[in-house]
Write a protein that binds this ligand. Structure first.
Ligand code: COI
Length: 332
């Protein structure tokens, strides 16, 4: 069975090879799937993508035209997959519902602590040979602080554990908390979480047309003055003008994000300057350094997470090829 896998960096290829227990005939394309490299899948039986691959109707029509029936993603999020087009074309889709939750949780935690202790502010200054100490560097300690987790699924739960280990109080908001989450964190409503937390970390899925701008002016105004906001979920969940306003009026002391809006046009690309980044909001956030930290969607870019993504994706293909279905199917 021939599978074309997009977005496979050279460092990842040995893992794809080593974990290939079903002996799939793999073709690796280093670039993410776009309209320009869709033909690399011609002749394949199935396609494997990752987040920020363009899995729209146009590309799915091309795949369907070549007889490709399975287009799976090795990401948790599937907001890049046109489920309706796939259904119309008779293409099956599946995802990886979970991989090492430490990958994203550790990054969210690291961004949170970095801003909480004003490390980026301090580093930005010392880099310019400025060793003065400003009021803005005065800090609380994490064991005296409260951390608010918005969405305490696998990722939020794992981040909560990291903060708990350091003695922080952890509150969480989630309409469907697991028993384990209820045991670990104090479940509260969102206004209570925002009013109490020194660090707020977002772990909710993005549903296009449904929850963009979850983090808006109202959300930020409910936050404790001087709190830190962390987003390792999706850029579209946070309204950039509202964040910049929060940073200006002091409701936010920092914004750490691994995700930006319009990632397809940005992630994986190098621009000559901030002015060239094709999204005004991202430009504005970059200019708000040192209060804003941005990483290029690398939360899941760890060895254990990669191995899980590959292993589960191979299982997804094996299941559908041998039984006609997979437990990890996604439908419109
Ligand atoms: C996800 O798994 O949903 C991610 O955000 C990872 C990324 C490679 C798109």
């Amino acid at each position: 069975v021939k599978i074309t896998s997009y977005g496979v960096r050279p460092i990842e290829q040995p893992y794809f090879d080593k974990l290939n227990k079903y002996d799939f005939d793999m073709t690796y394309v280093e670039e993410l799937l776009t309209h320009d490299n869709v033909t690399a899948a011609q002749g394949a039986d199935a396609v494997l993508v990752r987040g920020n691959c363009v899995v729209d109707r146009q590309n799915l029509e091309a795949f369907a035209g070549w007889g490709i029936k399975y287009v799976f993603t090795r990401s948790v999020g599937f907001n890049h997959m046109d489920l309706q087009a796939a259904a119309d074309l008779g293409i099956e889709m599946a995802r990886v519902p979970g991989y090492s939750p430490y990958a994203v949780a550790e990054l969210a935690f690291t961004l949170g602590m970095t801003l909480f202790r004003h490390v980026n502010l301090a580093i930005s200054q010392t880099r310019q040979a400025d060793f003065t100490i400003s009021n803005a560097m005065f800090s609380k300690e994490i064991h005296t602080a409260t951390v608010g987790i918005v969405g305490i699924g696998r990722l939020g739960y794992t981040e909560a554990k990291l903060y708990k280990a350091l003695g922080a109080k952890v509150v969480a908001y989630d309409p469907y908390p697991s028993d384990a989450a209820k045991e670990l964190a104090e479940l509260v409503d969102l206004p209570t979480l925002l009013a109490q937390s020194d660090i707020v970390s977002i772990h909710v899925p993005y549903f296009p047309g449904k929850n963009e701008d979850l983090v808006n002016t109202d959300f930020i105004q409910q936050m404790k003055s001087g709190a830190v906001l962390i987003n390792t979920a999706r850029g579209e969940l946070a309204n950039v003008p509202a964040i910049l306003k929060g940073l200006e009026d002091g409701h936010l002391s920092g914004y750490g994000t691994d995700v930006v809006a319009d990632e397809v046009a940005i992630i994986g690309k190098q621009f000559a300057s901030v002015n060239e980044v094709p999204n005004q909001g991202v430009q504005d956030l970059l200019r708000a350094n040192p209060k804003v930290l941005i990483t290029p969607h690398v939360g899941s870019y760890t060895e254990p997470a990669l191995q899980d993504m590959i292993r589960i994706s191979y299982d997804n293909f094996h299941d559908i090829l041998t039984t006609g279905k997979t437990a990890n199917a996604i439908h419109a």
